[in-house]
Design a protein around this ligand. Structure first.
Ligand code: APR
Length: 185
């Protein structure tokens, strides 16, 4: 029997560069040439070959994503998603953020990735209110994996306690019991 949706969604607190998923998602910018936050951490951990490949991609529009190799990361691939900068939620930010999750999952399926780890896209430097962003992440992931059993696991990797707690509440309010991993990365 196919594991149900909630069994395939996990929460984990820690550093996404340590996660051994088939693909980890980066919260990138439109240049795809690196930055701070999780973008900086992923490039540091992957090594310079990641930037070299990113240079060949010609950037990525907000609300979309591109896939590369993972190089020195434990993950086979990095999916670079470009989230919106939050203004007031009335300038298309929700749809653009949803597009990041949908496109990242589509790229994962197209590249045979069975497990995908997401950070809280746009919730740092880009200022997206984390509860609103977590609900968008939850709803897009649930809708996608319901139609794509080939995605066996999605892990939301949160970098701090507050973010973890918000995601746990947001999953719980949708009846998705907290499938937290035993170990943090
Ligand atoms: N592992 C997991 N999550 C992390 C890590 C990490 N190593 N480092 C930071 N985070 C978390 C942050 O705490 C935040 O909750 O990732 C979330 C996204 O924050 P940012 O990395 O600031 O990304 P974002 O808000 O999408 O802003 C993107 O920042 O780094 C630049 O080049 C990037 O211009 C782009 C912008």
């Amino acid at each position: 029997m196919n594991p149900s949706v909630h069994e395939r969604i996990r929460l984990r607190k820690g550093d996404i560069t340590r996660v051994e998923a088939d693909a980890i998602v980066n919260a990138a910018n439109t240049s795809l040439l690196g930055g701070g936050g999780v973008d900086g951490a992923i490039h540091r951990a992957a090594g310079p070959d990641l930037l070299a490949e990113c240079r060949t991609l010609g950037g990525c529009p907000t609300g979309s994503a591109r896939i590369t190799c993972g190089y020195k990361l434990p993950a086979r691939h990095v999916i670079h998603a470009v989230g919106p900068v939050y203004r007031d939620g009335l300038h298309g930010e929700p749809d653009l953020l949803a597009g990041c999750y949908r496109t990242a999952l589509r790229l994962a399926v197209e590249n045979g990735c069975k497990s995908v780890a997401f950070p809280a896209i746009s919730c740092g430097i880009y200022g997206y209110p984390i509860r609103d962003a977590a609900r968008i992440a939850r709803d897009e992931v649930v809708a996608f994996i319901r139609e794509h059993p080939e995605i066996e696991q999605v892990i939301f990797v949160l970098f701090d306690d507050r973010a973890y707690d918000v995601y746990e509440e947001v999953l719980h309010e949708a009846g998705l019991t907290n499938g937290s991993d035993d170990h943090s990365s």
